[in-house]
Ligand binder design. Structure first.
Ligand code: GLY
Ligand code: MN
Length: 489
């Protein structure tokens, strides 16, 4: 057997060398096409924008103007693209743009920098109030890593008037000390781009810091963060459209899992099914690592290893969110792997459901951000006391140790001011009860972990539960779990 394998490998090597020799012999250096003239280089970048429902250039321009309106006089705001993050030798993590950089530019590429000026400035004979520095077109890099918009694409597709190549920033004549406020967030400290390259993020940040004579003050950083949070916490119609898509894909995945789940399945199979439904619908990826915690893992809040086999009698906490055009959903359901909740599981489940409904009812414009959480805590404390799982109200924290709400949007834990709830906020309401093995209560409750999470739009009237397409009462979940999944059959 082994001998046959070696003969096979040697034959393969022989044919490989033959093919290589033949092809090199065919191509003299003169006849080889130059990489600079590869056919796609001159092609219009519009041809390669495959989605027709991306945020428009006027959306991003409108966000820049809204920021400008909030900026103090004589100030400039500076944003950097996310770094390319190395995973291991020759492999990078999938690139994901910095949410602020995306919000204000729409650009999905690394090694870029955006300057937004409060007032018009003169540059090269033009009066401008923003400049974007981008990576250049590069046929050999694009051959390996994908197409770039280049100056023309960024002008036409993203609507910027002043686009410079990132290499130009080193010699860019700007006196940051002339501005009374320089607003920027400290660039990430894990930049790992090649420090010798002239036109990457490292060099943009290095030259920026050289041009800034005074150190960034924490007040300036805070000021920018607050202005951005004030904008990003209110979702505009175009953003809501994308979020509703992401939430609908997540609903479809939750529903499909309800039909497919059965004992013997692994947590990773549940994860695979979820992410298949996300991407089959057009999501680019999950907005955060999918949490599929069964049995004892239902009590680990951010469990992501997803390796355990699911057994009859387990609860499965499924906390997931599809990401669509940079906007993410975040919806949690807790399912009985057998298709039927036990008596103890049902009791805990219904407490969490009651707490969640009380939290959702508190999602009213003008209420404190923490109002939904306070309502949920009040219910959970009362019910756990009734069941004698706790003896005093303060023990409630043993079993419900997190808040109920965060903003949702370009980040799963999105930015916002955490002030009174405002129309256009999208927040989660996600109470939970987690009773790990060994907890100081009757062992019949052990390994019950339940979380129920919906995405809620604050309106001037009743809150709109954007994820209401996923069932959450015991009767409807158990009924749906009896149906057959078309994917797993
Ligand atoms: N979906 C995870 C979380 O909200 O923390
Ligand atoms: Mn959440």
């Amino acid at each position: 057997m082994l001998a046959t394998f070696f003969v096979y490998m040697r034959l393969n090597l022989f044919f490989f060398l033959l093919v290589c020799t033949a092809s090199f012999a065919q191509q003299s250096p003169d006849s080889q096409p130059s990489i600079d003239t590869l056919p796609y280089v001159d092609a219009s970048p519009e041809r390669f924008v495959y989605d027709d429902d991306l945020l428009s250039k006027s959306f991003h321009a409108g966000r820049r103007q809204a920021l400008r309106d909030l900026m103090p006089n004589n100030s400039v705001a500076v944003f950097f693209a996310s770094p390319v993050r190395n995973r291991s030798n020759d492999v990078d993590f999938e690139y994901h743009q910095d949410p602020n950089f995306f919000y204000f530019s729409g650009l999905q590429e690394p090694h870029s920098m955006l300057l937004i000026f409060k007032e018009e400035v003169q540059y090269d004979g033009d009066s401008i109030n923003e400049i974007i520095f981008i990576q250049p077109r590069d046929p050999s890099k694009e051959l390996w890593n994908g197409r770039r918009l280049g100056e023309e694409g960024v002008k036409r597709i993203l609507g910027f008037d002043k686009v410079l190549l990132n290499e130009a920033f080193a010699d860019f004549n700007i006196d940051f000390s002339a501005y009374s406020q320089l607003l920027y967030s400290t660039p990430l400290d894990d930049i790992r781009d090649n420090p010798t390259s002239k036109g990457d993020l490292y060099s943009l940040v290095k030259h920026f810091e050289q041009k800034v004579s005074t150190k960034l003050t924490p007040e300036n950083e805070l000021m920018l963060d607050e202005m951005v949070a004030k904008l990003r916490q209110i979702k505009l119609t175009d953003e809501l459209t994308l979020m509703i898509n992401a939430i609908d894909f997540t609903c479809a995945a939750q529903r499909e899992l309800m039909k497919a789940l059965k004992p013997g399945m692994n947590e990773y199979e549940a994860e695979a099914l979820i992410e298949y439904v996300f991407m089959k619908n057009g999501a680019e990826h999950p907005g955060f690592p999918s949490i599929l915690g069964g049995g004892e893992n239902s009590c680990i809040l951010h469990y992501v290893s997803n390796r355990r086999e699911l057994k009859a009698g387990d609860l499965l906490v499924c906390d997931i969110g599809a990401e669509y055009h940079n906007y993410t959903a975040d919806v949690t359901r807790t399912l009985p792997v057998s298709g039927k909740f036990t008596e103890e599981q049902a009791l805990i489940y219904n407490i969490v459901l009651e707490a969640q409904q009380a939290g959702i009812n508190a999602c009213k414009e003008g209420n404190k951000f923490w109002a939904p959480g306070n309502e949920a805590k009040r219910i959970i404390t009362k019910r756990l006391l009734e069941l004698e799982i706790i003896a005093t109200p303060t023990e409630m924290k043993l079993y419900f140790m997190h808040g109920t709400s965060h903003y949702l949007g370009l980040d799963v834990h999105d930015v916002g001011l955490y002030g009174p709830l405002k129309r256009g906020n999208v927040i989660t309401v996600e109470p939970g009860i987690y009773i790990p093995e060994g907890s100081p209560c009757d062992p019949k409750w052990w390994n019950i972990g339940v979380r129920i999470e919906d995405d809620v739009l604050i309106t001037d009237d009743v809150p709109e539960v954007l994820s209401s397409c996923v069932p959450k009462t015991i009767a409807v979940i158990e009924a749906l779990m009896k149906e057959k999944s078309l994917i797993t059959r």
